[in-house]
Design a protein around this ligand. Structure first.
Ligand SMILES: NC(=O)c1ccc[n+]([C@@H]2O[C@H](COP(=O)([O-])OP(=O)(O)OC[C@H]3O[C@@H](n4cnc5c(N)ncnc54)[C@H](O)[C@@H]3O)[C@@H](O)[C@H]2O)c1
Ligand SMILES: O=P(O)(O)OC[C@H](O)CO
Length: 332
C-alpha cells in the first residue's frame, strides 16, 4: 500500500477521490490554486466550492504548488484534460522520482495531437509507471459513499494490484485491465454522447429516442475507439457502456446538463457559464471530431453534436439529418 498520495486538483473529482482514498492512506495532499479552498480543506475539512457538504477525512490536507506533490509515491491527476500537459510539466519541474506512480483520472483527449492523457504523462515522465482510472464515477455519489465500480488501467500487473487496493472500499469495487487506450477512449468519447442525450432530453424527444441514441452511440464509440487502438471488449465494460449510461442518464452529469440547456434553446456560452464547472464534452467534441476525421471513421452522432456546438446548426435540424440518413444494416 502507498504510504501517502497527492491529488492534483481540488475540483469535484479530486474531492471525491480524496474522500475515497483518505480512508485507506494516512497522508493525502490535494494540490489547489485557490487559497480560500486550501485553507478551508485544512481548517474545516470541507471543500467550500465543490461537494461542500461532505466532511473530508482527517488524513486529507491541501497545499498550493507542485513542490508539495512531487515526493509522494502516488500522484493522481484530477485536473481538466486541457491543462493536464501543463500540470505534468510543472510537476516534472518540481522533480519526481522514477518509481512514483502517476494515475490519470481525467476524461478526454488533447486537441491537436489527439493524445490520450496517459500518453502525455508517459511523454513527460518516460520512466515512471503510468495508470488510468475510469468508470461510472460521478464525484457527487462517490463522495457520499454510494456504491459503484471502476477500472484501473495499467500494463504493470503488480502496480495495477496495488492501485486496486487503494481504490477499494465497502462501497467501491475496482477491476484491473491493461487496455489503456480502450479505457481512456471510452471515458473521453462518452462525454460527447452525454451532451447529445442532454439535448434529446431538452427537446423532450422521449425515452425511446434517448435509448436509441445511447445504443447507436455505443456502436459508434466502439467503432471509433477500436480504430484508435482500444479493444472491442473494453467498450462493453465499466469505462465504456458503464460510463456512457451513467453520463447519458444522470442529472449529476455536467455534460448532460450542458446538452439539456442547449436542447432548451440556450446558447453554448450560456450553457457553459451557467454550469460553472468543467464539461469535458465541450472541448472534446472538437478533439474527438478531429480524431475521427483523421482516422476516417464514420461518426454521425459526434458530427451532429459538433454541428450544434460549433457550426450553429439548430438541434432539431441536426436530429432530422441524423434520422434521415441512408438506410443501412444495424451491424456493420
Ligand atoms: N466530476 C466527476 O464526476 C468526474 C468523474 C470522473 C472523472 N472526472 C474527470 O476529472 C477531470 C476533472 O474534473 P472535475 O469534475 O474535478 O472538474 P471541476 O470543474 O470540478 O474542477 C477542476 C479542477 O481543476 C482545477 N483547474 C482548472 N484549471 C486549472 C489549471 N489551469 N491549472 C491547475 N488546475 C486547474 C480547478 O481549480 C479545479 O480545482 C475531468 O477530466 C473530468 O472528466 C470527473
Ligand atoms: O459530470 P460529467 O458529465 O463530467 O461525468 C462525470 C464522470 O465522467 C461520470 O463517470
Amino acid at each position: 500500500m502507498f504510504s501517502s498520495a497527492a491529488i492534483l486538483g481540488t475540483g469535484s473529482f479530486g474531492t471525491a477521490l480524496a474522500s475515497l482514498i483518505g480512508s485507506r492512506i494516512s497522508d493525502v495532499v490535494m494540490i489547489g490554486r485557490d487559497p480560500v479552498t486550501v485553507d478551508s480543506i485544512n481548517l474545516a475539512h470541507r471543500n467550500p466550492r465543490y461537494i461542500s457538504d461532505i466532511d473530508l477525512p482527517e488524513s486529507v490536507r491541501a497545499e498550493i504548488g507542485m513542490n508539495h506533490a512531487s515526493l509522494h509515491p502516488l500522484i493522481l491527476f484530477c485536473v481538466p484534460t486541457s491543462v493536464t500537459r501543463q500540470a505534468a510539466t510543472d510537476l516534472a519541474e518540481a522533480g519526481v522520482p522514477e518509481e512514483t506512480v502517476l494515475v490519470s483520472c481525467a476524461k478526454g483527449i488533447e486537441r491537436g495531437t489527439g493524445d490520450r492523457m496517459s500518453v502525455i504523462l508517459k511523454e513527460v515522465f518516460p520512466n515512471n509507471p503510468v495508470a488510468v482510472l475510469s468508470g461510472p464515477n460521478h464525484a457527487e455519489e462517490i463522495a457520499r459513499d454510494l456504491a459503484t465500480c471502476a477500472v484501473i488501467g495499467c500494463t504493470n500487473e503488480s502496480i495495477a494490484c496495488q492501485l486496486q487496493e487503494v481504490f477499494t472500499a465497502p462501497h467501491f469495487r475496482s477491476y484491473t485491465s491493461d487496455d489503456l487506450p480502450g479505457i481512456e477512449l471510452g471515458g473521453a468519447i462518452k462525454n460527447v454522447y452525454a451532451i447529445a442525450a442532454g439535448i434529446a432530453s431538452g427537446l423532450n424527444l422521449g425515452d425511446n429516442a434517448i435509448s436509441a441514441l445511447v445504443t447507436r452511440a455505443l456502436a459508434e464509440m466502439t467503432r471509433l475507439g477500436v480504430r484508435l487502438g482500444g479493444r472491442v471488449e473494453t467498450f462493453a465494460g465499466l469505462s465504456g457502456v458503464g460510463d456512457l449510461i451513467a453520463t447519458c442518464f444522470s442529472a449529476h452529469s455536467r455534460n448532460h446538463r450542458v446538452g439539456l440547456a442547449l436542447g432548451q434553446g440556450k446558447s453554448l456560452e450560456e450553457a457553459v457559464n451557467a454550469l460553472g464547472m468543467v464539461a469535458e464534452g465541450v472541448p472534446n467534441t472538437l478533439s474527438i471530431y478531429e480524431a475521427a476525421r483523421d482516422a476516417g471513421v464514420r461518426t454521425p452522432i459526434i458530427d451532429a453534436v459538433h454541428a450544434i456546438l460549433y457550426e450553429d446548426m439548430p438541434a432539431a435540424w441536426a436530429l432530422s439529418q441524423l434520422l434521415n440518413r441512408d438506410p443501412r444494416p444495424e451491424n456493420e
